[in-house]
Design a protein around this ligand. Structure first.
Ligand SMILES: [Ca+2]
Length: 490
């Protein structure tokens, strides 16, 4: 009951704010106009609970990853306008966590966390690209290769499952070179990052936008060979370019809505449509009942349009407080776990991390895994319905460009933790190079303390009136891992 009350409070707060803001489109974008911003992490308990199921019980696993979508922008999250009927259906059939978080709200860092189960400060791919100063003579290609090589220090999911006989397929976003570099047996991305054709997925970026044939072909092969499979489905949706089909854009045609918002909404529906096609393929081929589907978004998004509270020099297409920020507009995402007959469909109120996906997938497949993973194997709690015993989540935000290849702290801008209903965000003194200075400045502030239960849009900084709480959570951040940089304190 208490959990439900939290839900209602939050939703009520969300819509109260909408009502007090201007016009209809502001109403359904609520948080889009909020000028605050955020990422995180979690302490982990033990993960070892494998070895009880027979090989025949191992599930196929499909990981669906949205790209640049705000946590509220789904039908199942009660969005009043955006239509996502396929994900709504999946949500009803899943353990649905409406308060999931990614530890870092930037694409590449977030995806690396999914495939390695590690924070960005651990895997070191904390930004999208290495910083290369023009005219410096530094070999940008060599730096890019060094960043790609970060993956070699870890056991990506496809590699682990491959040893158990799984086939694996990559489609959509993938920054880490050829798909085989991640241990995938099949895939679309060829690692053309240094060519005009790509940097973060090249040929893989056509999935969903131009049909699902590569996925259907892969499923047919897995069925023919009688193999379990893992699928990485990370379509370039609803990510820019926001160029939805006319038939979907027409659903949002409304002169009161700025065109960028109409287009973004249609992109969310386009993404949803592709998820429906994927699930339908699983059903058609008789694979659905033994397939675990996991859902997450890599980071938030709110289109920059007139009315967004942004600094005068703001040039990014996304609003402050969303993508790249440590605020919930950047780091919060719904997460779902679906496995027919195994995982109980229910709405869950616990806050969980995308770090939990790696150990949970490996647990479902009865795969061995390291004991020092920062995420939690959620499977026992998904199967039993018991409450997840964890109070604190952590996250970090970095510059867009990686400043030093082997030193993530050089790129660090913010850290945050959520402890119960309280969230602390701290910023670090630095002048990073490259990657939109206005974005960095907008999120560099003295410590901010929010009560997420009462203030889900992070509008009311309570740091001044709760110094003890700030000190307590600052201590948690320091204990998480040490940082030499100074916190901005005034
Ligand atoms: Ca993204």
């Amino acid at each position: 009951m208490a959990d439900k009350a939290v839900d209602l409070n939050e939703r009520e707060g969300h819509f109260m704010m909408c009502r007090t803001m201007m016009g209809r489109w502001l109403r359904w974008t609520a948080g889009w106009l909020v000028c605050c911003s955020a990422v995180f992490a979690c302490t982990a308990e033990g993960n070892d609970r494998r070895g009880e199921r027979s090989i025949e019980d191992r599930p196929n696993i499909v990981l669906i990853i949205s790209d640049d979508q705000r946590w509220s922008d789904y039908g199942f999250m009660d969005h009043p306008l955006i239509e996502t009927p396929n994900l709504d259906r999946l949500a009803r059939q899943s353990a649905l966590f409406s308060r999931g978080y990614v530890p870092t709200a930037l694409c590449r860092a977030s995806l690396m966390t999914l495939i390695t189960g590690r924070y960005a400060f651990e895997h070191r791919t904390c930004g999208n690209d290495p910083f290369v100063k023009k005219g410096s003579g530094v070999d940008g290609r060599e730096l890019k290769e060094s960043v790609i090589a970060n993956l070699d220090r870890f056991e990506p999911i496809p590699k682990v499952l491959g040893r158990l006989g799984y086939l694996s397929h990559q489609s959509g976003k993938w920054w880490e070179g050829h798909f085989s570099h991640g241990g995938f047996t099949h895939g679309m991305t060829l690692g053309l990052g240094n060519t005009p054709r790509g940097r973060h997925g090249d040929l893989g970026l056509t999935i969903g936008r131009k049909g699902m044939q590569p996925i259907e072909d892969f499923l047919d092969e897995a069925v023919t060979k009688q193999k379990n499979f893992f699928m990485w489905y990370a379509p370039f949706l609803p990510h820019t370019p926001h160029n939805p089909p006319e038939r979907l854009l027409a659903r949002y045609a409304d002169k009161e809505l700025p065109m960028p918002i109409q287009k973004y909404a249609a992109m969310c529906t386009w993404f949803d449509e592709s998820c429906g096609q994927l699930i339908e393929l699983l059903e058609q081929k008789g694979l659905r009942s033994n397939t675990m589907i996991v859902y997450v978004c890599d980071n938030g998004w709110t289109s920059t349009v007139k009315g967004v509270n942004a600094p005068a020099d703001w040039k990014a297409p996304y609003a402050p407080g969303t993508k790249r920020s440590p605020y919930d507009g950047g780091v919060r995402t719904p997460m779902m776990f679906n496995w027919p007959g195994k995982i109980k469909p229910q709405e869950r109120s616990e806050r969980i991390s995308s770090l939990d996906i790696y150990p949970t997938i490996l647990s479902a497949a009865q795969a061995p895994m390291a004991q020092d993973l920062p995420g939690l194997d959620l499977l026992p709690y998904l199967e039993s319905g018991q409450e997840i015993p964890r109070k604190t989540l952590y996250g970090e935000a970095f510059g867009h460009d990686i400043q030093e290849i082997d030193n993530p702290e050089a790129s660090l801008l913010n850290r945050w933790c959520i402890d119960g209903d309280w969230k602390l965000i701290v910023s670090y003194e630095d002048e990073l190079q490259g990657g939109s200075p206005s974005v960095r400045r907008a999120h560099s502030k003295p410590p901010q303390l929010f009560n997420l239960k009462n203030d889900p849009e992070e509008q009311n900084n309570m740091a001044a009136s709760h110094p003890d709480r700030v000190q307590q959570l600052s201590g948690k951040l320091e204990n998480w891992y040490p940082v030499k940089k100074n916190v901005i304190d005034r």
